[in-house]
Structure formats: structure tokens, C-alpha cells
Design a protein around this ligand. Sequence first.
Ligand code: SAM
Ligand code: SF4
Length: 406
Amino acid sequence: MNAPATPAVTTSPAPMAGAEAGFGIYVHWPFCRAKCPYCDFNSHVRAGVDQARWRRALLAELDHYAAETSGRPVTSVFFGGGTPSLMAPETVTAVIARIGEHWSLADDVEITLEANPTSVEAASFAAFRAAGVSRVSLGVQALDDGVLSFLGRQHSAREALAAVDFARTHFPRWSFDLIYARPGQTVAAWRAELARALAEGAAHLSLYQLTIEEGTVFHGAWRRGELLPPAEARAADLFEATQDAMGEAGLPAYEISNHARAGEECRHNLTYWRYGDYVGIGPGAHGRLSLRADDGTVRKIATRQHRAPDAWLAGVEAAGHATRARDKIDASARLAELVMMGLRLREGISRAAFQRELGLEPEAALPAASLSLLIDGAFLELDEAALRATDAGRLCLDALLGRLLA
Ligand SMILES: C[S@@+](CC[C@H](N)C(=O)[O-])C[C@H]1O[C@@H](n2cnc3c(N)ncnc32)[C@H](O)[C@@H]1O
Ligand code: SF4
């Protein structure tokens, strides 16, 4: 698993790294105040976290990855979790400063921090802004107290809306998340909740359908028949109602679950979906790096850090980083990743991205029979600029990908 599969690399930026896709840095903070019953993210509840020790470790991993990728302009930084709004502001400040020392920060760099909308966390907003955070993404999840308690959240709808208000005051850009397709949710109730959310005037909203993830409390309840998610037809109606309401409000989906006014898309997530490069530090973080080898070839590698917080911390303190896997991405995996990420986007995958990643046009990279079948069925479109999934294609993306990448 730990096999370093790449030859020696130079520290100069790779020419084929795809500047148009951006270059991001992801920082994972794995702690939460409570574990939500639906969540399978790498998040853990701890009585006390030694902030200074964690700060040193995060900085050490930044130093480690900077050795391979320094000099590239960073277009985005994302503090994700877990609950990064529980980080000491000093840690956020130190991480951003160290990124600026190792790399260069693009003039319009986007620095996002995920925050839970409780008053305790909102109290740190001014300090996060002073640290350089320019965008917050709040996990509101629902605007109904009964639903929030069902979702195991630590905040009320009122508190969440107060945090939204606070975010609006402190940050130039802000967004919030809602979870829909909840048990018993009707289209009418969801439309009303969405209208309430839109009244806040956000330029970006993430709207996720509730997924029952294995290993969660909800999964156990679902297996015992105690939790019934909406039937497929109801879920499809809810999805369609979401697309309609958001389109009418001027925030169409730019990705399956993400909606924004033009220009307000999350640039960091766009880098993932455009299959750009990013460094991932912190427990369980993933990275994708295009590195130039001594022979001049550019290789793309996938990195993954130790997932368990204690193993990660011990690894960093012993070796300066806790990389658990570092693998070369071969051509077929590269095609699969490019397509799986890019077809999530309404804009699709540019021909330039196919050329950059594979040196091929989409017609040559993909199986001709499947491609024409999916185009004839109006699930895919291919023109002189890009390959993209149609609205119908994005609705059944898993099946489409199964056919295209079989
Ligand atoms: C890393 S999580 C949350 C960040 C932050 N800790 C919070 O809870 O507000 C990012 C988002 O994923 C969504 N999410 C997590 N688990 C989900 C699930 N099982 N189904 C649907 N959405 C989910 C939630 O909307 C959540 O805000
Ligand atoms: S949803 Fe957010 S707060 Fe809840 S356990 Fe997951 S990461 Fe933590």
C-alpha cells in the first residue's frame, strides 16, 4: 500500500499540471463535537485536542509536500472535516501563513473553511477572517428543529440562521449545506424549506440527498426497518423540484449537488472535478499530483494520508508526514477518474483536459460503441469543446459511468 511508485522528481512545477484546473490544498481536521448519525466522514469525538501539537503536525505535512510542489500558485485552500470551525484560529492562521511561504498564493486565492452553525463556532468567525479565510461553508442541514434533532445536530434552525447572518457579516463569500430526501419529506415541504433558504440570499448552496452510509447509526436503523428513506420515484421528484427551484432562483446546479450564481462556484471543488492537482494533508486526506520525473515525463500520483487521527499524528511526529499510500495512476485509472469527476459538472470535460491527462481526444479515449449509444440516447453530448452529461445523464450518472467505463 505504501509503495512509492514514482521515480525521482524535480521540484519544478509540472508543465502539464493543468493550470486552468487550479492547484488546491486540502487540510483535514478530524474532530467534531458529536458524531451525526448519518455521517461516515473521517470525524471523531474527543474530550480534548492538543491544538499546539496538531498545529505542529499539520505544518510538518505541509513542509513535506511543499518539497515536491513548491513554486506553483495556489488557487484554493479548503479546511474540511470533521469540524474545522473547532480549530484554534491560531492554527488556521499558521497553516495559511505556511502555505504562503512554501507556495505563492494566487491574487484571488479562495480560502474556504467548513463550519458548524453553532454560536460557539460563530464566535471564532472574526478570527478566521483575520487569518485569511475568505469563504465559509456552513452545515445547516435543515431549517426545521424536529428534523435537526432527527439528524443529531447540535444547533436549532434559529441558531443556524443566526450563524448564516454572522457569516454574511464576516466573509465576502459564504454558502450552506442542506440535506433533503429525508424520511417522510414531501415535495411541498421541501419547496417551502428551499424558499426559506433562498431568502437568505446565498450565492452558493450545497443540497445533498440523504445517503444511508454503511457503518453509520442510520444504516443500522435502516437495516432494522426503523428508517425509511423516500422511494426512488419520490427522491427523483425531490431532485427535480430542487433543480426547478434553484434554476428559477438563478442558482442552477453546476455540479450534481452544488448550486451557484455564475462566478460563485466553489473553486476548490472545481479543481477536484476538473481533475486538477491538489495536496491533501491531515488524517485521511487524499491528493493528486502531477510530477515531472528525471526523464521529463509527467506522472500523476494519488496520495492518501493515514486515516486514524492517532496513527496520523504518530506518523507525522516520527517521519514528518503520515502518507499511507502513494501510487502512480496508470492511463486507464486516469481516464476513469477524469470521467467520473468531470461528468458531475454541467460544463463537462473539456477536450483540453482529455489532451492534458491522456494525450487523446475523447473519441479516441472512450469506447466508440458506448459513446455513440449514450449520445444517441441523449445521456451524453460531445461537441468541439467538451464531453458532457445531459440533465437526463446526470440523473442516472452511476449507470452511465458503468456503461461508459465498462
Ligand atoms: C464534512 S461534512 C460537514 C461539515 C460540518 N462538520 C457540518 O456537519 O456542518 C460536509 C457535508 O456533507 C453532507 N453530508 C454528510 N453526510 C451525508 C449523508 N450521509 N447524506 C447526505 N449528506 C451528507 C452534509 O450536508 C455536510 O454538511
Ligand atoms: S456531519 Fe459534520 S459534524 Fe456531523 S459528524 Fe459529520 S463531519 Fe462531524
